[in-house]
Design a protein around this ligand. Structure first.
Ligand SMILES: [Zn+2]
Length: 218
């Protein structure tokens, strides 16, 4: 896979620290699943986090803390429950492994909901303050020009799009913050399907955006 657009350092550190939302974590893990560059960078980020932890001053434990931990080890509390083996999930070439359990079917079999002609959505309904959804955009169509109140990450699963920042193809991730306003256009011969996670609602600019926003609910 020829990946050109990667996660930024701040995102990798936040992921390593476990401080991203479920949707953002899912998207980051899905990119890393396919990207050896970011796998290496994540290991570095985790090493940095470990070094920071080691520099923290040790804290005195309460009297008897060690005995309490050891006592726990003697009970069944710490033992994992035996679970029946889950059936092996079906693999789809264009669905990264971390995303597969959320979809449970191929991209074409999902229950897509039409937003406007040529633009369909599948909401993962993860809850939380932001949104995590798949967007499916027909060739030649664009998403209205918009900025962000928070962060927006997009991972391309199929097809491609272009915007002010460049061309994004399968495996590429667009890691955008509030500074960036953009208008992606689906620019290959097939639908562009991408996973999008936000931690705040998008803010559309321009007349088209104001008309479409309440309808799309992005
Ligand atoms: Zn990467």
């Amino acid at each position: 896979m020829n990946i050109r657009h990667h996660l930024d350092d701040a995102t990798l550190l936040a992921f390593a620290a476990g401080s991203l939302s479920e949707g953002m974590s899912l998207l980051v893990a899905s990119h890393i699943d396919r990207c050896t560059d970011c796998q290496t960078r994540l290991q570095q980020a985790e090493a940095v986090g470990g070094a920071l932890l080691e520099e923290l001053a040790p804290v005195a434990l309460a009297p008897g803390a060690l005995e309490q931990v050891l006592a726990l080890l003697d009970t069944d509390a710490g033992k994992p429950e035996a679970r029946p083996a889950a059936p092996a999930p079906v693999q789809y070439a264009d669905i990264p492994a971390p995303l597969a359990p959320y979809l449970k079917k191929s991209l074409d079999e999902l229950d897509w909901r039409t937003l406007v002609p040529g633009v369909r959505q599948f909401d993962l309904r993860l809850g939380g303050p932001g949104a995590t959804r798949l967007l499916r955009i027909a060739p030649g169509l664009s998403v209205p020009h918009h900025g962000h109140r928070g962060n927006e990450m997009t991972l391309i699963l199929r097809g491609s799009y272009s915007d002010e920042l460049g061309r994004f193809q399968a495996g590429d991730v667009a890691d955008l913050d509030e500074q960036i306003s953009h208008q992606p256009i689906s620019d290959s011969g097939e639908d562009c399907i991408c996973l999008i996670a936000t931690d705040a609602p998008l803010r559309f600019s321009g007349l088209m955006g104001r008309l479409v926003q309440p309808f799309i609910g992005l």
